[in-house]
Design a protein around this ligand. Sequence first.
Ligand SMILES: [Fe+2]
Length: 228
Amino acid sequence: MNKKLSIIIVLALMIGLSVQGKGLKTINNTNDKKNTTMKFELPKLPYETNALEPVIGKQTVELHYGKHYQTYLTNLNNLVPGTKFENADLETIVKESDGAIFNNAGQALNHYIYFLSFSPKGGGEPSGKLGDAIKAQFGSFDKFKEDFEKASIGVFGAGWAWLSKDKDGKLHITQESNAGTPLTKGYTPLLGFDVWEHSYYLDYQNRRADHVKELWKIIDWKAVEARF
Ligand SMILES: [Fe+2]
């Protein structure tokens, strides 16, 4: 190989490496951007989709978790880029947003709490500090259940009933419409009953009250207590 040809090959290799380098940089930048942009994903359910039967049917869980909840997350992931919420966590978005971003973020947070409040081995009564607080404030667990059922059944249209605590540890039962959450009142959500029809219509049709009364059988009070 003559000297001129060697120089041409070395130059060609240098140009090639340079182009490759730019390519890698571009890919890395894209990855970096993805890593710093929040992508909200479904949490893994701590139970099988048929494990909550007969209180909540397999098809309801599959549609509610896999379609409705997923759609809120997909919408949120599509709406957030380019806004001030690009690097914000979900709670911050819920507290500070409005319109379509709030609706999808609120539902993303609400369904996260909802689906992680169930267990096929659930039911019974809360113990520990939460159990004590419920008894102290409502008189008894049964009275709390009665009040919470009344709030759930009484939500007009789509919405939620929530048990939450304020900064002093006082418990509150509130009704929320649509994507509403007690978080925007400065309260910490502990337990939410989703009374949108998509949560019960396949199993209970229009009988919301029957659905609400059955839900107590699958509440994972350990998970609820952990939020208190
Ligand atoms: Fe829902």
